[in-house]
Design a protein around this ligand. Structure first.
Ligand SMILES: CCCCCCCCCCC/C=C/C(=O)SCCNC(=O)CCNC(=O)[C@H](O)C(C)(C)COP(=O)(O)OP(=O)(O)OC[C@H]1O[C@@H](n2cnc3c(N)ncnc32)[C@H](O)[C@@H]1OP(=O)(O)O
Length: 292
């Protein structure tokens, strides 16, 4: 028995030695690890104290769990540091955000699907109810979840005329949840929301301006950033607590909806999105996106 033990031990030690030599050799032959690039960049202007939060997930800033987690953490950090304001924009020249990452909803294990949706819920809530002023500088297309992010800010400046924005969920055979609807309705009103959402319409920037979906149209990102700064500057003389409580009061319906219905909302999402018919629809939509 002792002999067997000794030889087994020798064998394992030998294996450890061989492994560590080959690991070292592998280390020498490997390229250095790629730097970890943040999915969300935050730059705070020293003078104004305004933070520019840039979505940075090429090619289209589709919102997956890691991106939403980073965005949520960035907002919490600004909240903790009593930020003067936040401008949300994109590192892409043509896309603000392509909305939710469809790959997070297609053929996804239930635990991941649930983590994805709860991350979206909590990140959305922290953006929607943030105590500091928020502006979306929409420097590219902004469908569905991208439009939701923009709607959740207090002011929208969009680069036009060629980019589009809207809640196009019905065109994909899915349904914009009630909190998406509340955001849209609070910005463009009940009638326009019903028309826009039932048809899944995407609006060009001039059309969006006409119905009040965006507040301003500019011709490039620099102009968008300047106008966003200007919007935030007007709050310099407003007492922050009065501002925060007023914002919470105006946005009370959306905030309460999420606080009271987080679990039901998750359950409805899971039930709906895992239906074979919806999965087939998402598969076909992904295929059309890839074929373009
Ligand atoms: C009663 C209550 C019920 C509640 C039930 C809830 C039910 C679920 C609710 C879910 C709500 C969903 C919200 C969403 O946001 S769904 C996503 C909708 N998004 C879109 O429709 C936009 C799709 N994308 C585009 O239209 C274009 O990509 C865009 C105009 C944004 C940019 O065009 P561009 O030509 O610049 O880029 P490409 O189209 O070539 O795309 C590049 C690659 O990116 C991939 N892609 C694009 N969009 C997405 C996406 N949203 N998710 C994942 N991947 C995406 C695209 O396939 C290309 O990939 P490849 O490079 O691999 O080909």
């Amino acid at each position: 028995m002792a002999v067997v033990y000794r030889s087994w031990k020798a064998l394992t030690q030998n294996a450890i030695l061989t492994r560590s030599v080959s690991n070292s050799l592998r280390l020498y032959s490997q390229k250095p690890p790629a730097p970890v690039v943040p999915l969300v960049n935050v730059e705070v202007d020293d003078k104004s104290g305004v933070a520019v939060v840039t979505l940075n997930r090429p090619p289209v800033n589709s919102l997956n769990t890691p991106l939403l987690t980073e965005l949520g953490a960035a907002i919490k950090n600004l909240e903790d540091n009593k930020s003067r304001g936040m401008i949300l924009t994109s590192s892409s020249d043509t896309v603000f955000s392509a909305g939710l990452d469809i790959l997070e909803m297609y053929n996804t294990p239930k635990d991941q699907l649930s983590a994805f949706w709860t991350t979206l819920q909590s990140t959305w809530l922290s953006l929607y109810r943030s105590s500091f002023p928020t502006v979306a500088a929409i420097n590219g297309h902004s469908p569905a979840g991208g439009c939701l992010l923009a709607l959740s800010c207090e002011y929208r400046v969009m680069v036009g005329p060629k980019f589009s924005i809207g809640l196009n969920e019905t065109q994909l055979g899915i349904v914009a949840p009630p909190w998406f609807v509340i955001c849209m309705r609070d910005v463009i009103g009940h009638r326009q929301t019903e028309l826009a959402l039932t048809t899944g319409r995407l609006f060009s920037a001039p059309e969006a301006l006409k119905i009040g979906l965006i507040d301003s149209m500019v011709s490039n990102k620099a102009e968008a950033m300047a106008e966003a700064q200007k919007f935030i500057t007007q709050f310099a003389k407003i007492p922050p607590l009065a501002r925060k409580l007023t914002k919470e009061s105006v946005r009370g319906e959306g905030i309460r909806y999420m606080e009271d219905n987080m679990i039901d909302d998750l359950q409805i999402f899971m039930d709906l999105v895992t239906q074979p018919k919806i999965q087939k629809g998402l598969e076909m939509y992904l295929a059309t996106l890839k074929k373009k």
